[in-house]
Design a protein around this ligand. Structure first.
Ligand SMILES: *[C@@H]1O[C@H](CO)[C@@H](O)[C@H](O)[C@H]1NC(C)=O
Ligand SMILES: *[C@@H]1O[C@H](CO)[C@@H](O)[C@H](O)[C@H]1NC(C)=O
Length: 190
């Protein structure tokens, strides 16, 4: 019974795909796939991410405050969302060479501990990478020594990118919340 059902689903899906294929205005396969002429390579980038909350020029701003359920705010800050436009630099010092910016947001997605959901684009502005981006979406338990998050795509020189990043805190100021985090990016791209 299950097999027949699966078959029916497959036949229906095939018909849908054939119908789409028959409409050349909607879908055309790319002849001479340009990516076939190139080899996919693995690159490793290392840089520092500067999350500045304090001072008159913050690069991280709170955009959503956790709603107080029954007037009790979550001890982990569950529900908080910050928008970021953080500098990415070659070295850990803020005066170090600017390579690009991390733009996006992160939110506190864990009720039990501090586990951020990070959604950000690394927008590079240096040399041949100027204008190319890498997109990260993943879980960041910030108090762990090394946090791994997936690279889910990219643009420009990072088209078809996939991979992962490893983030480790370089410095964290408990008073201001400012942080410098080392990012090691391992990305497959053409
Ligand atoms: C929450 O606090 C406000 C102000 O202190 C009070 O008026 C309200 O009744 C409280 N709500 C609950 C659900 O306790
Ligand atoms: C990067 O590209 C932008 C836009 O094309 C350009 O204005 C800028 O000068 C470039 N920066 C570098 C460092 O090449």
């Amino acid at each position: 019974m299950a097999k027949i059902f699966l078959c029916l689903i497959l036949i229906t899906l095939t018909q849908i795909f054939l119908a789409i294929e028959a409409n050349p205005r909607f879908l055309q396969s790319v002849k001479n796939n340009p990516m076939k002429q190139r080899t996919e390579k693995l690159s490793h980038f290392r840089f520092y991410w500067h999350d500045v909350i304090s001072g008159s020029n913050p690069t991280c701003v709170n955009i959503i405050r956790p709603p107080a359920a029954n007037n009790k705010t979550s001890p982990t800050g569950f529900g908080m969302v910050n928008m970021i436009d953080d500098a990415l630099t070659e070295g850990p010092e803020s005066s170090s060479k600017l390579l690009g910016r991390a733009q996006g947001f992160y939110g506190q997605a864990s009720q039990q501990d501090v586990g951020l959901l990070m959604a950000m684009n690394f927008a590079f502005s240096t040399g041949k990478y100027n204008g190319s981006t890498i997109t990260i979406l993943g879980r960041n338990p910030v108090f762990n020594k090394v946090r791994e998050m997936p690279v889910i795509g990219g643009s420009g020189l990072f088209r078809f990118a996939r991979g992962y990043v490893q983030a480790s805190t370089h410095t964290f100021d408990m008073k201001t919340g400012d942080a410098v985090v080392e990012y090691n990016v391992y990305v497959m791209h053409y």
